[in-house]
Design a protein around this ligand. Structure first.
Ligand code: V47
Ligand code: SF4
Length: 361
């Protein structure tokens, strides 16, 4: 019997999930989600030593929620070179690279694939998580080819996984209102399904705390659950709490309670997606620690230099040390395990000490 089949209680249907989000007391929801996380992973909470790489913030699109993007000539516009990127990945303690860029012709398909080749030859063992479905669609459009050709080229170059960005809220109303220029729900889901069918795993995000309704959050979660049923390959779900920055887009109330409810609900609804991340740059550190008792099993990573949330003026730091991440996990009464990109335990800690193998439930 698999971990999913033997869940404590059957996963909720749409109506039950909406009821849980709107009416179930937070602590009751959290207790159920934490019990499910404990059943799967015991007191183990993972984190990864990773480095975010965002080649440029120049972007041909202008999503209304985005405070990261820049236009040419803006003070905060930047474009990284290959050398700068390779330099940032030089540290052998980094186990995972997370590469996502603005959509910009000078960082087009050929150059982006070549970047993966360069990283792969400099760091053969590094886990490379790169290019969202939005970038895949942009490359396919520029190259006038099928998105599966792009996905195959990414895999051949050495990409190990697709990150979960660009999903925003998988709902046509929100697509039309906030991010109409780029791909919408149908295409995002199709591209992730194609990646899974080709053997490329991926993640999924949810951007919450802006104009979405509770019903639209539920629609998003069930679209992911359904895709995973038909075309499995999601590894992790990452709820991102919206940071309004200077966009002028009014955020609805995203206090700690709301964040914890979304984390807990995700654990219970997404019974077929193994990992739920407490992504500290948007949850903020205190709420991320609490989320480890509300169903999350992974704290994502040290991040190196994260730019997307920094440019949206998040109060979180741009990186965390291993020691601090481990302290956060212990603070939550849980046991830290440093992982690699595939969620396996790394065999040496960041000081080079050989680690005893951890048993995964
Ligand atoms: O798609 C943009 C979101 C995403 C803001 O796969 C914002 O492991 C909050 O996808 N406030 C990119 N969120 C980040 C992302 C991600 C992050 C961590 C782990 C993984 C993974 C993926 O960030 C975008 C968008 O939904 N975003 N602006 C903002 N102001
Ligand atoms: Fe460009 Fe992505 Fe920002 Fe949209 S969210 S404007 S696609 S960088």
């Amino acid at each position: 019997m698999s971990i999913v089949d033997s869940a404590l209680t059957p996963p909720p249907n749409c109506e039950e999930a909406l009821e849980m989000l709107q009416s179930m007391p937070l602590l009751e929801l959290g207790k159920r989600a934490f019990a499910e996380k404990q059943r799967r992973y015991g007191d183990r909470i993972t984190y990864v030593s990773n480095q975010h790489v965002n080649p440029t913030n120049l972007c041909v699109y202008a999503c209304k929620f985005c405070d990261y993007t820049a236009k040419q000539g803006d003070d905060h516009a930047y474009v990284l070179t290959e050398d700068e990127i390779l330099q940032s990945l030089n540290n052998p303690q980094i186990h995972e690279a997370h590469i996502v860029s603005g959509l910009w012709p000078k960082w087009g398909f050929e150059r982006s694939i070549n970047l993966i080749h360069l990283i792969r030859s400099a760091r053969p063992e590094l886990f490379i998580k790169a290019f969202t479905a939005v970038e895949v669609a942009y490359f396919a459009n520029m190259e006038r080819c099928d998105t599966r050709i792009i996905l195959k080229a990414m895999m051949d170059a050495g990409v190990d996984m697709m990150p979960g960005g660009g999903a925003e809220v998988l709902n046509e109303r929100i697509h039309a209102e906030l991010y109409k220029d780029k791909i919408g729900p149908g295409e995002w889901l199709r591209i992730h399904g194609e990646a899974h069918a080709l053997g490329l795993p991926s993640n999924a995000t949810l951007l919450f705390g802006h104009i979405e309704t509770d019903e639209e959050i539920i629609e998003h979660l069930f679209a992911l659950r359904e895709l995973e049923e038909c075309s499995p390959g999601f590894q992790s779900f990452i709820p991102l709490a919206y940071q309004p920055g200077d966009t002028g887009l009014t955020a609805c109330l995203v206090d700690a309670n709301r964040c914890l409810k979304i984390i807990a609900l995700s654990r219970l609804v997404l019974h077929n997606i193994p990992h739920i991340k407490a992504y500290w740059p948007t949850l903020q550190i205190e709420t991320a620690v609490a989320a480890l008792n509300f169903g999350a099993d992974d704290l994502d990573g040290t991040l190196g230099k994260e730019r997307i949330m920094q440019l949206a003026s998040t109060a979180s730091p741009e990186q965390l040390s291993h020691d601090l991440m481990e302290r956060m996990i212990r603070e939550a009464g849980q046991r830290p395990v440093q992982r690699d990109g595939r969620y396996g335990q790394v065999n040496k800690d960041h000081r080079g000490n050989v680690l005893v193998e951890d048993s995964v439930c």
